[in-house]
Design a protein around this ligand. Structure first.
Ligand SMILES: [Mn+2]
Length: 506
């Protein structure tokens, strides 16, 4: 089975990154070749967590669009440039193909030879030979009588039922069935003896030529195996050939792709964790095959095929994955347990958010036991690392965790930051207001809210663009709203802000 990619949403947070790693590990233990990926840069908190548990950052995944490497092309079909025409011809016939890439000893592509080239070249072939001693032996089923050199080149001349190869001087003599075996006279040239008739020898000799001299010089067309399938189709529509070499890193030949075979392809297999909406996912997802989804968000997707879909109303994707480890009876290693607890604590704000369930609490207890740590202490360390704003501009901070939402034609944005020291932020309130007002204007948004969540005080300050005072009054039952209104127990954008704003805007 091809590799299965496991990844969370764009703008990855700690839960999406750690759940990808934890789930890919579980899949591998269950015999699936799965590998975790990220769709974008990881945040400070995630960096801290990976470092703390000594786990490597996953590789990026740009796209899961079909590439040439997903086509079942003729992998490892190519021939060395020092092969004879005869070997090349047999290769084509044996494999029922009409062209073959030609490579040097380092598998670097030199070009392609097709049946058409054979016909053309053999028809116009002059009587010049560039080959090896062994190729001549092979094609004539000859016997080596005196070998002087590996390589043989020169014009073919006939005299008295024998064939001479002359390059300035005679370098080779081939005696045939009716030659009067005078080869013993020559001891400083190659002597090959064959039982074939002179006519057969003359007919066969050109087939001993090195294939490298028969490469189509006018078209060294090649395609990288990373090329997108779409682009390949577009380009080859103009070219109209049937055979194309495929190359990999360093121009090394990977094989042959035939236009007639391009429908045999394998879509990339993916597992989505911590998200199920296409708009939050990887580029080209429509060309991939989703084999599984594990999530704890609202369902915003549909698929063409039945898939394994596991969605639970718990605080974090890692809580679900923990249960899957238990169900499958797989031990959780220390570092994976560390990643899991980090994902849960991150999404539930240390088990304080309104999304926290009893299951999350139970799982954190179990993980604490494996890890031998205190979750509150550890969560505080995560927060410190994640909320540090040293060296960052207000613009950076506002963009860090910004999400877009849409109700009908109305598009709006809500950004959120988490802090341990709200006063420090609030004193620069006016600068934040300027930034979000500007952002709203530049991005054609109806409104924008910036949530500053204080995990110590367990509540959030809301900063917002003009004109939504009434909306906020109604949603949060406030008598009066002012910029920087503090709302007790508000910690979740997903549960405590977005649904109400959507409802209001409908
Ligand atoms: Mn999550």
């Amino acid at each position: 089975m091809n590799k299965v990619y496991v990844f969370g949403h764009q703008k990855p947070d700690t839960d999406s990154v750690t759940s990808s790693i934890a789930y890919a590990y579980l899949k591998n233990r269950l015999g699936v070749n799965a590998e975790e990926r990220i769709l974008g840069d990881i945040n400070k908190e995630t960096k801290f967590v990976l470092k703390y548990f000594n786990v490597k950052k996953p590789q990026y995944l740009d796209s899961v669009k079909l590439q040439l490497k997903d086509i079942n092309y003729y992998r490892n079909y190519f021939i060395n440039c020092d092969s004879s025409l005869n070997d090349t011809y047999n290769y084509l016939i044996d494999n029922c193909i009409t062209g073959i890439p030609v490579v040097d000893d380092n598998k670097k592509l030199l070009g392609i030879v097709t049946i058409k080239d054979f016909i053309y070249n053999l028809k116009t072939c002059n009587n010049y030979l560039n080959t090896s001693y062994q190729h001549i032996i092979d094609i004539l089923k000859g016997e080596s009588k005196n070998k002087i050199s590996d390589s043989i080149k020169g014009y073919i001349k006939v005299k008295d039922e024998s064939v001479f190869i002359i390059d300035k001087e005679i370098n080779t003599v081939i005696t045939t069935k009716y030659s009067n075996n005078g080869y013993k006279l020559f001891n400083n040239i190659n002597v090959i003896c064959t039982n074939k008739s002179l006519v057969d020898v003359i007919r066969l000799l050109p087939w001993s030529n090195y294939v490298k001299d028969f490469i189509s010089k006018d078209r060294i067309i090649k395609f990288s195996e990373d090329m997108y399938y779409d682009d390949f189709i577009k380009e080859t529509n103009h070219l109209k050939f049937n055979n194309y070499p495929v190359i990999g890193k360093g121009d090394k030949c990977k094989g042959l792709i035939r236009i007639t075979d391009i429908n045999s392809k394998e879509r990339k297999k993916v597992i989505l964790v911590d998200h199920n909406e296409l708009s939050q996912s990887v580029d080209g997802l429509e060309e991939a095959e989703i084999i599984e989804i594990i999530d704890h968000h609202k369902i915003g997707t549909s698929t063409n095929n039945p898939i394994s879909f596991r969605n639970m109303t718990v605080g974090s994707t890692n809580t679900i994955i923990y249960q899957m480890y238990i169900e499958n009876n797989i031990d959780i290693p220390y570092d994976i347990a560390g990643l899991m607890i980090s994902g849960i604590l991150s999404d539930t704000l240390g088990l304080t958010s309104s999304t926290t369930t009893d299951i999350d609490i139970r799982v954190v207890k179990d993980l604490e036991h494996i890890l031998n740590l205190d979750y509150k202490e550890f969560f505080y360390k995560m927060l410190e690392a994640g909320t540090s704003i040293i060296g960052e501009t207000i613009d950076d901070i506002v963009r860090q965790d910004l999400k877009y939402f849409q109700v009908g034609n109305i598009r709006y944005a809500i950004s959120q930051m988490i802090t341990l020291d709200i006063n420090n932020i609030i004193k620069e309130k006016n600068k934040y207001l300027e930034v979000i007002t500007e952002y709203k204007k530049n991005h054609n948004l109806e409104l924008m809210i910036f949530i500053i969540t204080d995990v110590i005080k367990k509540g959030s300050y809301l900063l917002y663009t003009d004109g939504i005072e009434n909306m906020l009054k109604e949603i949060y039952h406030l008598d009066d709203v002012y910029e920087g209104v503090f709302i007790d127990n508000l910690t979740s954008r997903k549960k405590q802000v977005v649904p109400y704003v959507n409802e209001y805007l409908k």
